[in-house]
Design a protein around this ligand. Structure first.
Ligand SMILES: Cc1ncc(COP(=O)(O)O)c(C=O)c1O
Length: 460
């Protein structure tokens, strides 16, 4: 876990169009808030750069002491349309003024508007329906349940395995973590996971053999017959790369799932709603998932998630038996409708694709200045990552990633704490409404941060 010092340090004052830093960091007056949390919260909630968010607009984040950061976090890939955008604010105010803040699963009108709007994004709208939930983990859990139920009802109890990938992250609840492929997150799980199996993810960097045979061989080694697999779930890209599936691999995976009637699930919780330059990232692979788990950028703000899925699978549970208390809660639904409209009407998916090309080539140029310690640049659209490594190896270097991240923070460029193996991936995810001018300022700031950290290291 990243550990940022709470000792205020003098940093260079900055005042540009997109960044203002005019205090020590962390702000001395903010320390009382950190102290209150230290006393009242589990430590697990800590670990991000020490800023106290006061306001966030479009691609800027403000504290209340006059500092302003250019945002490269999107609130961990949530604020796709932008932070606090006018349309979402107005939709929320209108909903509150109408007087509707909760309905359980009693129906309200906007629920139908949103399920229709999301259904229209499905691979074959007439053949898909939409189930609204609150968190990404709920969505992935629900996909596991649906796949297992489908297999049980259609094929019987032998078809029980759930296939996922090493390195996968699908959330922090039990089912989602059983399906996850990060051993360090699963140490608390004892014995419940026998039917959850993982195969190597073909990232092309650490797992260099990206052929589909690796999956087949791994199943053989684990003594699993393909016909006994109920469901396969993969993130459309794995977060801590971000690692995309090779096109050919995704194609073969699709054929494999079809051949053995395995429910294919794409986890789009962080990859959806334009992030990678397509509305959904699976579209890069020309595949047709049976179930799509959505979250985060679905609303650009309030907690909302969804499963968009094949009608026959989604119909397996009868009235009242697949619901959640806050399913389709009116405020998140209103926010989601407004956010989706902004993403579509302002062509933010294309903006992400276009800016992504510039961002990638610039980040790769910066990374290639230090190829011994900045291992590789990966990403598409407005989600990128640079892997920090121990010099000349592919061994992750979390310390270096944190130094660069913290330096950028001091310069008014906000990224969330590095992710992946020992926190070694510098992950970059600006809101999709970012302008070219703001992006270029961010790139320049990032480069300065990298140069200052690595320049100093070279002098040592
Ligand atoms: C790919 C993926 N799936 C699922 C989740 C879980 O979502 P939530 O934190 O909303 O439960 C996340 C969260 O980071 C994610 O990135």
């Amino acid at each position: 876990m990243a550990k940022y010092s709470l000792e205020p340090v003098e940093v260079k004052k900055i005042n540009t169009k997109y960044r203002t830093i005019q205090t020590k960091l962390p702000v001395p007056e903010s320390l009382a808030i950190f102290k209150a949390l230290e006393e009242s919260e589990p430590v697990s909630m800590m670990g991000q750069p020490p800023i106290i968010w006061d306001k966030a607009e479009d691609f800027s984040v403000y504290d209340k002491w006059g500092n302003k950061w250019l945002d490269w976090s999107s609130c961990v890939l949530v604020a796709n349309a932008g932070h606090g955008i006018k349309e979402v604010k107005e939709a929320l105010i209108a909903e509150i003024e109408q007087g509707l803040m909760g309905t359980y699963v009693f129906i309200h009108e906007k629920r139908a508007e949103l399920t229709k709007a999301l259904q229209a994004l499905a691979p074959d709208p007439n053949n898909y329906t939409v189930f609204l939930l609150s968190t990404g983990s709920e969505a992935t859990e629900n996909c596991i349940k649906l796949a297992r139920t489908y297999a049980l009802e259609k094929h019987g109890s032998e078809k029980k395995y759930f296939l996922t990938f090493t390195g996968a992250f699908h959330g922090r609840t039990l089912g989602a973590q059983l399906a996850g492929g990060i051993p360090a997150l699963k140490t608390w799980i004892q014995g419940e996971g026998d039917n959850f199996i993982q195969v190597p993810f073909p990232d092309g960097y650490r797992q260099t053999d990206i052929s589909f045979d690796v999956l087949l061989d791994s199943l053989k080694e684990q003594n699993i017959k393909p016909e006994d697999i109920a469901g396969m779930m993969t993130e459309s890209y794995q977060g801590a790369g971000p690692n995309f599936l090779p096109y050919e691999y995704a194609q073969k995976l699709e054929k494999f799932c079809k051949k053995y009637d395995i429910v294919s699930i794409y986890d789009e919780v962080q990859a959806g709603f334009g992030r990678s330059g397509k509305m959904f990232t699976y579209e890069h692979y020309d595949v047709t998932p049976d179930l799509i788990a959505c979250g985060k950028g679905i609303s650009s703000s309030l907690p909302l998630s969804a499963v968009i899925g094949r009608k026959d699978i989604m119909a397996l549970y009868g009235p009242g038996s697949m619901t959640s208390t806050h399913s389709a809660s009116p405020l998140p639904v209103a926010a989601s409708l407004a956010s989706l409209k902004v993403i579509q009407e302002n062509n933010l998916v294309d903006n992400a694709a276009g800016l992504g090309e510039i961002l990638f080539s610039e980040l790769e140029r910066i990374q290639m200045k230090y190829p011994d310690v900045l291992g590789v640049t990966m990403g598409k659209g407005l989600v990128m990552g640079i892997q920090c490594v121990i010099s000349g190896t592919k061994e992750p270097d979390g310390e270096l990633a944190q130094k660069i991240n913290e330096k950028a923070f001091h310069k008014g460029l906000l990224m969330f704490a590095p992710v992946g193996l020992v926190g070694s991936c510098l992950k970059i995810a600006p809101p999709l409404c970012t302008t070219i001018e703001a992006l270029l300022e961010g790139i320049q700031t990032f480069e300065e941060a990298v140069d200052e950290v690595l320049g100093r290291k070279t002098l040592e």
